[in-house]
Design a protein around this ligand. Structure first.
Ligand code: ISE
Length: 340
């Protein structure tokens, strides 16, 4: 139940992630309520409004801002629509949680960064939710503690059962591998130097427009080498795992958990089929941390727009690597003090 002191959040976009966040803000998160749903598709907006009965529905963010019903904004549209939403929200001085990617390319990400800098301090938290996943966090602590010595290699597996018709070849990088392009440097504590893509045998069951799966080799500036299997036609379920090789041992995260069952001569354990369940806890932790930060005035409690800009630079190299052979260099960009 919402109260008068709740943070009034406008959710922009009521697709899969938007609807999931509207439900989360209404049922799970404390100290916030959905005050507005901004969604041009009336049927989608109406469906989402059922989980947030007090919310007003708008077709454009400008109208929600003008109505004075927002304390903060959660942006969950596809990445290509982010900049036109972020710009008016920043101009109105609103704190923002923006789903990844920040924008589809580095030039537009930099425009957003420049707009944000006019506000004097960061207002955008970027939705790289893996940084809020308990196991990713535990792995990062292990790296930082040096308990297992230096980190040498990281291996990632990112499997989707299938993807929608709107999913294109470059989205293998910009929509999916973008998570690894953020979380692997974060785990290893080092920026990316280069990206290379290798093409194994194509999965003939995948849509013809996709040459996949792919193997992505990411070299970090500290020498740590990362390999990622990006597979969006895995058919069986949704799986995101990582393995870290240290000087004195290995560590693994993301293994299936839950009820183990032996029956009919087989051993079974359930696997996720989609990211909204695989990362449900991480999304909860992320959104709660953001709401708490906005309410206590610190505004941001996680990755920033600068991290979005770095990911956009890495994505550009990754997209080139889809068709070029050999490693493609990722330009380095020193983090401004503003984002320290
Ligand atoms: C989707 O947009 C996500 O962000 C998921 O986490 C990722 O696994 C999937 O590949 C993307 O399409």
């Amino acid at each position: 139940m919402s109260t008068a002191t709740d943070l009034r959040v406008g959710v922009v976009g009521a697709g899969i992630m938007g609807a999931d966040h509207i439900d989360r803000l209404s049922r799970t998160i404390s100290g916030a309520a959905v005050s507005a749903i901004v969604e041009p598709d009336a049927a989608r907006a109406a469906a989402a409004a059922q989980t947030a009965p007090g919310a007003a529905v708008f077709g454009r963010i400008e109208d929600a801002i003008a109505a004075g019903v927002l304390d903060a904004v959660l942006v969950a549209t596809p990445g290509r629509f982010h900049e036109p939403v972020l710009a008016p929200a920043l101009e109105a001085g609103l704190p923002i949680l923006c789903e990844k990617p920040l924008t589809p390319d580095s030039a537009s990400s930099l425009r957003v960064v420049e707009l944000e800098r006019k506000l004097g301090r960061p207002h955008i938290q970027l939705g790289f939710m893996r940084r809020f996943d308990d196991e990713y966090r535990a792995l990062r602590e292990l790296v930082v503690s040096k308990e297992a010595g230096d980190l040498l290699m990281l291996r990632g597996v990112h499997r989707n059962p299938s993807v929608p018709d709107t999913y294109t070849e470059s989205m293998l990088i910009t929509d999916s591998v973008v998570h690894e392009l953020d979380v692997m440097p974060w785990l290893a504590g080092s920026p990316i130097r280069s990206i290379e893509v290798k093409h194994p045998r194509r999965n003939a069951l995948s849509p013809e427009r996709l040459r996949e799966p792919i193997l992505v080799l990411i070299e970090l500036e500290n020498g740590v080498l990362v390999d990622v299997e990006m597979n969006v036609g895995a058919q069986f379920g949704y799986q995101v795992t990582a393995e870290a090789v240290f000087q004195t041992g290995i560590a693994r995260i993301g293994q299936p958990a839950g009820l183990q069952r032996w029956a009919d001569g087989a051993f079974r354990i359930a696997e996720h089929v989609t990211y909204t369940t695989r990362f449900a806890r991480a999304y909860d932790t992320q959104v709660q941390a953001w709401v708490d930060a906005v309410r206590d005035g610190s505004l941001v409690a996680g990755p920033t727009a600068w991290d979005g800009y770095l990911a956009a630079l890495a994505c550009e190299a990754g997209v080139r690597a889809l068709t070029e052979s050999g490693p493609v260099a990722v330009p380095s960009a020193a983090r401004p003090d503003f984002y320290a």
